[in-house]
Write a protein that binds this ligand. Structure first.
Ligand code: HEM
Length: 232
């Protein structure tokens, strides 16, 4: 029936446009905050000075390894999500993806060295180790998904992985919230915020996916009008 077909398509347009504009705004905000983070970090550690490096001075090799990989993942992740490469240039998308994973592995090697040599309390080192584990696990599931040809699952796992990549940026935003560091002493607050910096974005993302899935199911299976009487 023609009229009902048109009516089932029309309501979808505004929501699709809304989603596109929404994700463009979110990505742009991430790009601005991410670039600002990288400029601050590289601005700080470009001075080869023990007073600037403080506790990282004797471990600067690990820090540089970590920062090199970290910068690569933040930048390439932005490129992947901001462009239309996955659809328009699959070959480019694949190679950027491989470089992204390589950057993540380099950053993880640096992070492992930093955790192993860190003078920080166990709770902080454990929180960093959990972040690294979440980073590696989400990437591994994303790679396995695409190897099995499951594109939507790959997309979602790489979004989750990028949210973990952004954990140091989220952490920086969280500690700058006025009054946040006064809620508890630093040995409690820092590990708590390290966990929150990737668990909270993942939880929000899960909420969005569930809402989108529920709306999709409703759209594909519109409720059937109930018969007023039972079958004759
Ligand atoms: C998501 C997984 C990540 C993990 C598990 C991780 C882990 C760590 C660890 C263990 C340290 C040293 C802490 C210490 O010794 O007390 C550190 C420091 C640092 N990481 Fe990461 N990191 C991650 C992602 C990133 C990314 C993507 C960047 C971006 C470049 C980054 C930038 C930094 C910086 C700048 C520092 C030095 C902090 C400071 O100046 O106070 N990290 N990270």
């Amino acid at each position: 029936m023609q009229p009902s077909r048109t009516s089932s398509i029309q309501p979808r347009r505004p929501s699709r446009l809304f989603r596109r504009v929404g994700s463009a705004i979110v990505l742009l905000a991430i790009a601005i905050i991410g670039i600002d983070f990288l400029l601050t970090v590289y601005g700080k550690y470009r001075h080869l000075d023990p007073a600037v490096y403080t506790m990282f001075w004797t471990r600067r090799g690990w820090l540089w390894t970590h920062l090199a990989g970290g910068a690569l993942t933040i930048t390439l992740g932005l490129v992947q999500f901001l462009t239309q490469w996955p659809r328009a240039y699959p070959h480019l998308h694949r190679w950027t993806g491989r470089a992204y994973i390589t950057g993540m592995l380099i950053a993880c090697i640096g992070a492992t060295g930093l955790i192993a040599t860190s003078p920080a309390p166990f709770a902080i080192r454990a929180a960093f180790a959990a972040t690294a584990l979440a980073w590696l696990t989400t990437a591994l599931i994303g790679v396995i998904a695409i190897r099995g040809g499951r594109v939507p699952s790959h997309r979602r796992w790489m979004v989750r992985n990028y949210l973990v990549t952004l954990a140091p940026i989220t952490f920086r935003v969280l500690i700058q919230v006025p009054g946040m560091m006064e809620l508890a002493p630093p040995p409690v607050m820092i590990p708590l915020l390290l966990w929150t910096s990737w668990l909270l974005p993942l939880l929000i993302c899960e909420g969005v996916y569930r809402t989108v899935d529920r709306a999709g199911v409703r759209h594909n299976n519109p409720p059937q009008p109930k018969p007023l009487r039972g079958p004759i």
